[in-house]
Design a protein around this ligand. Structure first.
Ligand SMILES: Cc1cc2nc3c(=O)[nH]c(=O)nc-3n(C[C@H](O)[C@H](O)[C@H](O)COP(=O)(O)OP(=O)(O)OC[C@H]3O[C@@H](n4cnc5c(N)ncnc54)[C@H](O)[C@@H]3O)c2cc1C
Length: 259
């Protein structure tokens, strides 16, 4: 694959993780074969621990970004989990692919690169909105390999409890003592929308100087969420946009994979 040159990849497997409801579109897991069956996303230069993503486009559509959820060392394939917006340009076309059908993908992206915070971070405060959780999968894998990490608190905001089936496409963290998951369900009768009060309740125990934050969702929800965290004094972001002199520092996930 190449940042600027589209590569055709064939769909190998399709699994529905959430069938959709009156308030949320469905979610599917798609696995594609890489053109070279001996390659992996890692060998193609993707540092998923830094938030690298692929971009799909179809003839006549805009390109859309997707965060692979498979391990970067997986040979011959990669997987994405997508929410299928019925009126969307790209997601319904991806979901309509049959096994063996091809789609054009570019990557690794983004350009300019995201870089990981270099200062010592002991605690992470992460907030994911809906299918945005896909963007945290590789970050979690990577940060759990960091020597300095003591705790990760994840707040996952969904509309309804039933959408938690999306998590069956993610890693199993049940044996990992350093991760704590919290949930907020905006459309349940006993639920709660994410707001400044909830953010304070979930994260205010974390020491401000040693905590980095990351929010993933739509641009608008991310902005709002960073605003709440900022007001509480959590100002250090885990990932930052920008090209560093001498190249970017590779993530712990990248470093863990043998050449
Ligand atoms: C770095 C990055 C990584 C991403 N990773 C993933 C991923 O792993 N999985 C994934 O599903 N998406 C991911 N996205 C979002 C993805 O790129 C597309 O924006 C999304 O699939 C919608 O594209 P579309 O062309 O289908 O819909 P569009 O044509 O963009 O939208 C059409 C309509 O769909 C609705 N819609 C679109 N997006 C949203 C939304 N977020 N919330 C509510 N309604 C919406 C709106 O009504 C909109 O008018 C990522 C985005 C970024 C920036």
């Amino acid at each position: 694959m190449h940042v600027f040159k589209p590569t055709a990849v064939a769909l190998k497997e399709k699994v529905e993780l959430f069938g959709g409801s009156s308030v949320s579109p469905k979610v599917v897991k798609l696995t594609f074969s890489l053109p070279d069956p001996t390659s992996s996303l890692h060998s193609l230069g993707f540092d998923l621990g830094l938030g690298d993503f692929v971009r799909f486009r179809f003839p006549g559509t805009r390109a859309r970004a997707y965060s692979p959820t498979s391990h970067p060392s997986t040979i011959g394939t990669f997987t994405i989990i997508i929410r299928v917006y019925p009126k969307g340009q790209v997601s319904p076309k991806l979901a309509a692919l049959d096994l063996g059908d091809k789609a054009d993908v570019t990557g690794p992206l983004p350009v300019p690169w995201l870089t990981r915070k270099r200062n010592v971070t002991k605690h992470l405060a992460l907030v994911a909105f809906g299918v945005g959780i896909t963007e945290l999968v590789s970050l979690l894998r990577s940060e759990l390999l960091s020597d300095t990490l003591e705790s990760i608190t994840v707040l996952w905001c969904l509309r309804r409890r039933e959408e938690m089936t999306i998590g069956s496409g993610l890693d199993d963290y049940s044996a990992e003592k350093r991760i704590k998951f919290e949930y907020a369900f905006s459309r349940e009768s006993d639920g709660q929308r994410a707001d400044a009060g909830l953010i304070q309740k979930i994260f205010s125990h974390l020491p401000k100087a040693e905590t980095a934050v990351c929010c993933v969702g739509t641009k608008a929800t991310e902005r709002e969420c960073y605003g709440w965290l900022n007001k509480l004094g959590y100002k250090q972001r885990l990932l930052k946009m920008g090209i560093r002199f001498g190249g970017r520092t590779k993530s712990p996930l990248w470093a863990s994979i043998e050449k």
